[in-house]
Every structure is written in C-alpha cells, then in structure tokens.
Ligand binder design. Structure first.
Ligand code: ARG
Length: 460
C-alpha cells in the first residue's frame, strides 16, 4: 500500500521479517473502532464529506462483524493489522476507502490501538485480581481461628492465624490493583492526530476522537505521542509485581503441600500425579506460576532494552513492543485464572498447623513480655527466656511443659499464670496492635478488603 517511493518489490524474506500481522491482528477491534471515530471526526471537520464518512463507517462496521463471525479471515500475508483493515476497506468501497488515512499515520494509529488494547485488557486483569482477593479473603474468613507458626528466615517465629497470613496477600493484590489503575490513568490520553510525528496541516479535532474513544484527553506533543511507550513499561512493571506476589504465594503453597508441612491440600482439580511415582500429588499449577514469573520479568526487560537507545520519534524497533506486552498480559491473565480458584478450593489442615505452632518455642517472645509486665526490662527478660529455651531443648521440654519450680530457678517473678500467658491462643489474641494478628485486627482487615471489593464491583 505504501509502494510509490520504491519501485522494486520487497524480497520474500524481508516481507515476512517486516510483517507484524501474526501478533498485532489481536488489535483488530481497537483498530477498527479508532478508524470509525477518525472518519466521524474527518467529516465533522469538513475534511471528507458526510457521505464518505458514513460509507467508510458502515463498511468498517461490516468488516468488524465479519471478522468476529469468522466470515472474514485476517490475511496473514498482510503487513500489519492497520494495513489489512485499510486494504479490506478499499476492496469493499473503492476510492472512498483510500480517504480514511487522511490526517493520520500508522504511527499514531498503532500508538492509539495499543493504548486501547491495554486499557481493555487491564480491566480484565483488575477483575481477575479482585476474584483472587475474594478467594484469599474467603480463606481468611474460614480460618479466623486457625493458628499456625509465622516464620522469619523460614524458622518458626511467632504464632499467627492463617487468616492474618492470607490477608497479607490481600494487601499485596490490592496494591497491585492500585498500580494498574495509576498506569492506566497516565496512559489514557489519545495520541491520535499526532500523525507521523509532527502533527498535520488538516484542521482536525483531536479532542473529539479522544472523547469518543474514552480517553481523558490528548497527548500534548506529537513527537512524544507517537514514540511514547512508557505506559507499556509501567504496565509490565505492574504485571511483574503481580507475578512476584503470585510467585511468593506459589512458593508457600508448594511448601505447605509437602509432606514435611502438610498445612494445606490443594483440590484434585489443581494438582497432577507423577507418571512413575504413584504416591505423588504435585502442585504443578503453583510451580508453573512461579516459573512463568521469569517470563514476565523478561518481557519487561525486553521492553526497557528496546526503548533505551531509540531516537525520536517512531522507529520500527517499536513494532517489537507488542509481542513482549501481549506475552506478559496473557501470562498474567492465565496465571490469575487458575490461581484464584486454586486458592478458593484448597483445604486447610488446621490440626497440622497448630501442631507445628506448638513446637519451635514460638511463644518465647510472649514469655519475655510476661516478665516485662512483671517489671523486668525487656533485654533482661529476653536473656532469661533465652536461657530457659536452651534448657528446654536440652531436656526435651517446651515452654508450656516446663514445671513452675524449674521456672522459678530463673526468676521469682514466674508464677502459675505464665502458662495462660504463653498459650498460643493468648499469644494471638494479645497481639492487639493495629495490623497485628489479634482477632479484632484481622476482622478489621477483612472488613477493609470486603469494602474494597464492593467498591470495585461498582466500578467494573
Ligand atoms: N506495525 C507497525 C508497528 O507495530 C505499525 C507502524 C508502522 N509505521 C511505519 N512508519 N512503518 O509499529
């Protein structure tokens, strides 16, 4: 379609190499919608006639429904989706179709299409994130009283509830939704009308197309409008963090499912067996999510590297943005689709969690706090409890089983009430500080997240 300047045909290899149709055909809907509004605007500004505009729009409408019904196949030998739609239009309505590209370039067209595509898809990711937050919260609600060891350095540290552990993930995923919304808010300015790089001599109305296409405004510099891909980087960075969170969660799911922990059991629908070892129930989905995280990070790096040396404005290098962006998007989407129901259906083995919490001296901090309440400075209390733990380990006791007389050898401040003070239930219930694992604090978190989800439902 751009033949004119060059007389010779492109070699077959170069033609294939140059073509992006096999990945950018995904954006057919955004491309056609953008073109329809462009045609409307051209007529409104007197650049083409109303008749011409109407002919173009109804033909574009038909092309869209023909693609969607499968009647029209997107030709894989086209250069890209923009060229394909325009060629099909011209095939259908002749010379009038050739007027669509007035006051436009593929450079602003592709910048428009990818923004619209990412905006639509990000809405879907937000929706999926909310389903995951909902799944995590339902586990929290069901396990309000489930006590487990909380870990630091993967060593048993202090008792927490499984609800508190689940709500930690809810907070991460809520931040993820915020990051996506921030990125979309910055992205949602229309570049259409930037044309090739310098704007146009036609009296176009950029705000008109921007509004009609759901943008909050227009990009203010035409060279930036066609060459900016910051929004792709921002979104991929946000996707990368979603994957980081999913990957950490996956790691815990995998550990918790092991025979060594046996804290949870995944539903059969989300596990696989081994082809040789009959006893196995593997958490393949979680492992795949953890593995696919590397892919999304790679996509982000691809994009950053792609952009770092590019002079203004458009360069063909930028065609390479799409595969990375689409791959990241699809990966995150697929991961979220399997993750939310996997979490929702997992069974929690509260008995094993409790048993693990009883070992490992995870109430040692509370024993020190007990002495502090009786008047000792914390560091002194800390030292005494350290010595007691050491003795317990030597004689195979735990803090709960050591006799009061033995305690008194370390401090006269110890009394019978210490056993209640260091029971796991007390340890949890007494953690009343904001955000702590205390029951009320967790309820507050659950309420906060429930409200968040209700608000989101009103938006999407
Ligand atoms: N397929 C191209 C892309 O994705 C469209 C823009 C082509 N513009 C150009 N001047 N060759 O970037």
């Amino acid at each position: 379609m751009w033949a004119g300047r060059t007389a010779g045909a492109l070699s077959r290899e170069a033609d294939d190499f140059n073509s992006s149709i096999h990945f950018d055909s995904k954006m057919y809907k955004q491309d056609i919608t953008g073109s329809m509004q462009h045609a409307t605007m051209l007529a409104a500004c007197g650049i083409i006639t109303r008749d011409e505009s109407e002919t173009i729009i109804s033909a574009l409408d038909e092309i869209l429904s023909d693609i969607e019904s499968g009647k029209l196949e997107i030709a894989q030998d086209a250069e890209d989706i923009h060229m394909f739609v325009e060629a099909e239009l011209t095939k259908r309505i002749g010379d009038t179709g050739k007027k669509l590209h007035t006051a436009r370039s593929r450079n602003d067209q592709v910048a428009l299409d990818i923004r619209m595509y990412l905006r639509d898809e990000t809405r879907e990711i937000l929706h999926l994130l909310c389903e995951l937050i909902e799944a995590v919260t339902s586990q929290a609600k069901a396990n309000r009283n489930t006590i487990m060891p909380g870990y630091t350095h993967l060593q048993r540290a202090q008792p927490v509830t499984f609800a508190q552990h689940m709500m930690a993930y809810a907070m991460m995923f809520i931040r993820d939704t915020g990051r996506l919304k921030d990125a979309v808010a910055r992205m949602n300015y229309s570049p259409l009308g930037s044309c090739a790089l310098a704007g146009t001599t036609y009296p176009i109305d950029r705000l008109m197309t921007a509004k009609a296409l759901g943008f909050d405004g227009i990009t203010l510099n035409s060279m930036d409008g066609v060459s900016d891909r910051d929004f792709c980087v921002e979104l991929l960075a946000a996707y990368s963090l979603i994957m980081t969170h999913l990957s950490r969660f996956s790691e815990e799911i995998i550990l918790w499912s092991s025979w060594e922990f046996k804290f949870i059991e995944l539903d059969d629908a989300y596990t696989t067996g081994s082809s040789i070892m009959p006893q196995k129930k593997n958490s393949d989905m979680a492992e795949l999510v953890r593995g696919k995280t590397g892919r999304v990070y790679g996509d982000l790096i691809t994009l950053l590297t792609l952009l770092k040396g590019l002079p203004l404005a458009y360069n063909k290098d930028m065609q390479e943005d799409k595969e990375a962006v689409f791959d990241a998007l699809e990966t995150v989407e697929k991961c979220l689709r399997v993750f939310a129901p996997m979490i929702k259906t997992m069974r929690v083995n509260s008995g094993n969690m409790y048993a693990a919490a009883q070992k490992g001296f995870i109430n040692a901090t509370d024993l020190a706090d007990y002495l502090v309440r009786k008047g000792l400075p914390f560091r002194t209390a800390y030292k005494i409890v350290g010595q007691i733990v050491s003795e317990c380990i030597k004689c195979g006791e735990v803090l709960d089983s050591m006799k009061i007389d033995d305690y008194k050898k370390y401090s006269e401040l110890f009394d019978d009430d210490l056993y209640d003070a260091i029971s796991l239930q007390t340890c949890v219930a007494k953690r009343i500080s904001e955000g702590g694992t205390g029951y009320e604090s967790v309820d507050k978190q659950i309420n906060f997240v429930t409200e968040f989800l209700n608000n989101e439902k009103n938006i999407y």
